[in-house]
Design a binder for this molecule. Structure first.
Ligand code: HEM
Ligand code: HEM
Length: 292
């Protein structure tokens, strides 16, 4: 979790630096210009040919080569990120160019295909590219909005404090449960010992805790019978309050973990699919040169 916290800090810093606005949107302008020229040339050529030029036409080859070059360069960000430099070409500039030129591929590569799609390796490369782009866009959305939400969700309570709160509630549950019979004591044991705060990555990402043991324990507690005004009845009331309190803290902590999981999670799509894309792209290029 420490690592996730560090990542979030880094992300926040970078958002403040504003890689999206870097040099007055210089890379956004370059990417837009590239797309406008490509669309212009493509449709002028299409009008002359009376049909959309496909990947095998001169414009198709040009756009395909530019797209493939861009993809390889975009994939190199992983290497660039791990080389620490503070020179003129800052990481911020790289990320800014990465985002806008990456988005321009939706136009450049689509024109390259001549809008011819099918169940083949070529379209697989295209679909993988789109997946990488969409996950990248989700990452940008996450960078831009989630750190603020993380802050808002926490209020003044840090993650460490939330865990301390849960531990403190558990101690109180343990003390209050002393006069209870077996069924009541079992419910108390269940919430203290079996409640899982986080869990696996998917669980944290989807925030799905339908099987939460604290919730189950609360349900069990409600079915425990007690004669009115006895120590058992009083203990049950107190215990129910404590478990509800615990449910609130758990829900807040899990929301926070969901946000952190999303901040990390999009890269689990972005990076592996990049590798799959590079493989499919190689197969596409080799196959068109072999069979074309
Ligand atoms: C050096 C780079 C590239 C070269 C030389 C190249 C070459 C070609 C050629 C010759 C065709 C026509 C094949 C045909 O009509 O059956 C084609 C079509 C296509 N290319 Fe590329 N390409 C390149 C990059 C890319 C990239 C980056 C993508 C997308 C990620 C891509 C996706 C496609 C698709 C989807 C088609 C349509 C296939 C079809 O007709 O069913 N290509 N490419
Ligand atoms: C086919 C196109 C793309 C490829 C091949 C690609 C590939 C990559 C790779 C390899 C990394 C490095 C990840 C790491 O090692 O940590 C990366 C990072 C990133 N990509 Fe992409 N990407 C593409 C398009 C996009 C697009 C369109 C966006 C945004 C709309 C985007 C947003 C990002 C962001 C925000 C990062 C993280 C940068 C950082 O941590 O500073 N990518 N991408």
């Amino acid at each position: 979790m420490t690592q996730a916290g560090g990542h979030t800090e880094r992300v926040k810093q970078r958002t403040h630096e504003g890689f999206l606005r870097h040099k007055h949107f210089m890379f956004a302008q370059i990417a837009t210009a590239l797309c406008v020229v490509a669309v212009g040339v493509y449709f002028v050529t299409a009008a002359r040919l009376d049909e959309p030029p496909n990947g095998g036409s001169w414009i198709g080859y040009t756009l395909g080569t530019i797209s493939a070059g861009l993809i390889i360069w975009l994939a190199c960000l992983g290497i660039r990120k791990r080389v620490i430099t503070s020179g003129h070409y800052s990481l911020k500039a790289w990320v800014s160019a990465h985002v806008y030129l990456g988005l321009s591929l939706t136009v450049l590569a689509t024109l390259h295909t001549g809008f011819q799609f099918g169940w083949n390796i070529h379209t697989l490369a295209y679909v993988l590219m789109m997946l990488v782009i969409v996950s990248g866009a989700l990452g940008i959305w996450a960078y831009a909005t989630l750190p603020a939400r993380l802050h808002g969700n926490r209020g003044e309570v840090t993650r460490k404090q939330m865990i301390e709160q849960i531990e403190s509630i558990d101690r109180q549950i343990h003390d209050v449960a002393q006069p209870l019979d077996r069924a009541g004591a079992e419910a108390a044991r269940m919430t203290i010992e079996d409640t899982e705060l986080g869990g696996g990555f998917l669980k944290r990402l989807t925030n799905s805790y339908g099987d939460c043991r604290n919730k189950r324990a609360l349900e069990r507690l409600r079915s425990v019978a007690a004669a009115p005004n006895t120590p058992q009845a009083e203990a049950l009331i107190k215990l129910e309050q404590l478990m509800k309190q615990k449910a609130e803290v758990l829900s807040l902590a899990r929301k926070q973990m969901q946000i952190t999981a999303f901040l990390e999670g999009w890269l689990f799509v972005h990076i592996p699919v990049t590798f799959a894309l590079l493989a499919a792209l190689t197969a596409h290029i080799v196959s068109v040169f072999t069979y074309w």
